[in-house]
Design a protein around this ligand. Structure first.
Ligand SMILES: [Zn+2]
Length: 300
């Protein structure tokens, strides 16, 4: 196993970190990883982490369902039903954020459900996906070429009206390079949507090191609203608004109770999900603080 250690903070370049939390990879390796916190800017990141050549080994699980339409089990069934509903909501969201239906790029499109729904809704869609099985499934579903990554030469001169990254940015090794790419490939009035887990949510605090959305070592970063805004600001981007993801608290709760007690505790995960959504709703005094957050991002 080859791990790489970040010596400088990806957000502020300072070099002093403290250990924040030790978390076990319950999904694949059962190994423990450390999440560190930058003392200067509070950015949370998994450190050390598998390097790019090794990370693929940590996705080798039938449970890694975002890449597998055939996964079985209760959690996967619920996941599938909710996914179909939330895909509809996401298409509505991009329609509301855009004047007309232009070019849509979904980075890390998995098996292509969202990008296909966008295409059926009239968008000119593009997708990237590193996993070859998921990529082939997405290509078959959409009838489009799905690229391996944003580095594909076919994308060099493209610009997009909407770029989406649904639970993807926390997985990419080249964080700053990716944000530069987004800034260069979004149209002047375009919108970038980045959905990531929120380690400041109630369910994160409630489950602690069992919180499933830490998902080490696949999640390399653990963004808060503050660190996300700092990072985006370094790349000419800014948060226009934050939106909730209501279902993630229940799904993450089910997985978290399984990690904590060896089996899923439905009542506990429903209760925690409801409390998390209630505490995380936006009010006049405070911003969204749900289990996962959708960042609506514009050029500065
Ligand atoms: Zn920092």
């Amino acid at each position: 196993m080859s791990l790489e250690t970040l010596e400088t903070c990806p957000v502020c370049n300072n070099t002093s970190f403290e250990n924040f939390l030790n978390v076990t990879d319950y999904t694949v390796s059962q190994k423990e990883f450390t999440i560190q916190k930058c003392i200067t800017c509070q950015f949370l990141f998994t450190n050390p982490r598998p390097d790019e050549s090794e990370i693929g080994d940590y996705y080798q699980s039938q449970d890694y369902i975002s890449h597998n339409d055939q996964a079985k089990g209760l959690i996967s069934k619920v996941y599938g039903i909710v996914r179909d509903y939330t895909i509809g909501q996401k298409v509505k969201m991009i329609n509301n954020l855009s004047n007309g239906k232009g070019k849509l790029l979904d980075i890390g499109c998995g098996t292509g459900n969202f990008v296909n729904a966008g295409k059926e809704n009239g968008w000119n869609v593009f997708g990237t996906e590193p996993d070859p099985n998921a990529r082939n499934a997405a290509a078959a579903k959409t009838g489009n070429i799905i690229f391996e990554s944003i580095q594909a030469p076919e994308l060099i001169s493209e610009k997009f009206d909407i770029i989406t990254m649904w639970h993807v940015l926390e997985h990419v090794h080249y964080l700053n390079e990716t944000l530069d790419w987004l800034d260069q490939h979004i149209n002047q009035n375009g919108t970038i949507l980045i959905a990531v887990p929120n380690p400041e949510s109630y369910d994160a605090a409630n489950y602690g090191r069992y919180w499933a959305a830490y998902d080490v070592p696949r999640h390399l970063y653990h963004f808060t609203k503050n660190t996300m805004q700092k990072l985006l600001g370094n790349h000419g981007l800014t948060i226009q608004q934050t939106l909730p993801m209501w279902f993630d608290s229940f799904y993450v709760g089910m997985l978290s109770t399984k990690y904590k007690g060896q089996k899923v505790d439905i009542p506990d995960s429903i209760k925690t999900g409801l409390v998390s959504n209630w505490k995380g709703r936006s009010t006049e005094e405070k911003q969204i603080n749900t289990s996962s957050i959708i960042y609506v991002i514009k050029k500065k």
